[in-house]
Design a protein around this ligand. Structure first.
Ligand SMILES: Cc1ncc(COP(=O)(O)O)c(C=O)c1O
Length: 378
């Protein structure tokens, strides 16, 4: 079946008890047993499994082309659970040289204290990753593509080879692209990570995370840790993400079309020094993005000629582009990564330029968006 059909139907047979065409919100913690160990529907306690979460998890596996999907309370909860499953104190991880600030904080402030060693890759090329890998010690190579917030592109197939040659697994954070635009497991990745808070949920009304695993043995171990660590998605949150996924394809088409128009406006504007968008032919990752993505996404970053204070002023002047963190919702957002989403990376190898503005281009009328942005640029 095609992506759009799976997004609406995978894991979502009409409810066996009532025929409800949408999986109900099973807002329940425990399930009556018919005698000790006699489970009626296979469920015993909702941390271990819950029918609404199962529907989401089956859908996630189907749309990413993985063996198993797992839904978590947030993207970072998914990341933490994966790291504790795949690494032990003393192990080494290669992290991206550009990544979500919270992901960096998880490695540098939390996992490092637990004994995990990490190296930030100096760039997005497979050779940069190879230089950072320590054969034998590196257990995980972690990439984002496109990266947050600099929109760098990593060649997933090439980096998968580097990771596997070193005996490590490749984890791809697919939050910016979504499985509609990019399917890392088919390119050789072992695990896909999502902040489902973003495009998957799509409406800025839920915090959630996901892992999709390519291999049964690793899936078993991650499932064990999901239950043992307990950072699961609640039933209502799982239901919201599942509902968002149904329209992911049509929303992404519009996000991409609007973002392309916005990049044209930014490219021509005298106050813009550089537009960072993988759809632009001059972007260093353009060819790889064209090869591994269906379209170039709804995220656009740009650097301004006037420096940090001007970047902040543009964010403050925007109106329809709402000043706020997060991304991937139907409404357009604007932010200053250096002082907002990536403040925790200040002073680190992942520090972002002060003159950078990040846009999450929504699905409103693009003419209204252009008007607002042009006015905010001044
Ligand atoms: C690329 C990326 N990965 C992971 C996360 C973390 O997800 P969450 O905020 O749902 O914990 C974010 C959050 O912004 C993100 O942008």
């Amino acid at each position: 079946m095609e992506f759009e059909t799976l997004a609406i139907h995978a894991g979502q047979e009409p409810d066996a008890a009532t025929g409800a065409v949408v999986p109900p919100i099973y807002q329940v913690s425990t399930y009556k047993q018919d005698g000790v160990g006699g489970l009626r529907g296979g469920y015993e306690y909702s941390r271990s499994a819950n029918p609404t979460r199962t529907a989401l998890e089956e859908c996630l596996a189907a749309i990413e082309g993985g063996r198993r999907g797992l839904a978590f309370a947030s993207g970072l909860a998914a990341e933490d659970t994966l790291l504790r499953t795949t690494c032990a104190p003393g192990d080494h991880v290669v992290i991206p040289g550009d990544a979500y600030g919270g992901t960096y904080r998880l490695f540098a402030q939390v996992q490092q204290r637990w004994g995990l060693d990490w190296t930030a890759s100096s760039g997005h090329d497979a050779d940069d990753v190879r230089a950072a890998v320590r054969p034998g010690a590196t257990k995980v190579v972690w990439v984002e593509t496109p990266t947050n917030p600099l929109l760098g592109i990593v060649d997933i197939a090439a980096v998968a080879d580097v990771a596997h040659d070193a005996g490590a697994i490749l984890v791809v954070d697919n939050t910016f692209a979504s499985p509609y635009l990019q399917q890392p497991l088919a390119l050789g990745a072992d695990v896909v990570v999502h902040s489902t808070t973003k495009y998957m949920g799509g409406h800025s009304d839920v915090i959630g995370g996901a892992l999709v695993v390519a291999d049964d043995e690793l899936a078993e171990r991650v499932t064990y840790h999901q239950n043992a660590m307990g950072a699961v998605a609640g039933p209502f949150d799982a239901w919201l993400v599942l509902r968002g996924i149904k329209t992911l394809g049509v929303r992404m088409d519009r996000h991409c079309a609007n973002a392309e128009r916005i990049t044209e406006v930014l490219t021509a504007h005298p106050k813009v020094a550089q537009v960072l968008y993988p759809g632009l032919p001059e972007h260093p990752g353009h060819e790889i993005a064209a090869k591994q993505m269906k379209a170039f996404g709804g995220m656009v970053s740009f650097r301004v000629t006037g420096g940090e204070e001007e970047a902040v002023a543009i964010c403050n002047r925007a109106e329809l582009f709402t000043l706020g963190e997060s991304l991937g919702g139907v409404e357009s957002l604007i932010e200053h990564p250096g002082r907002m989403t990536h403040a925790s990376a200040a002073g680190s190898p992942l520090e972002v330029p002060g003159d950078l503005v990040r846009l999450s281009v929504g699905i409103e009328s693009v003419d209204d968006l252009v008007e607002d942005l042009t006015r905010a640029l001044g």
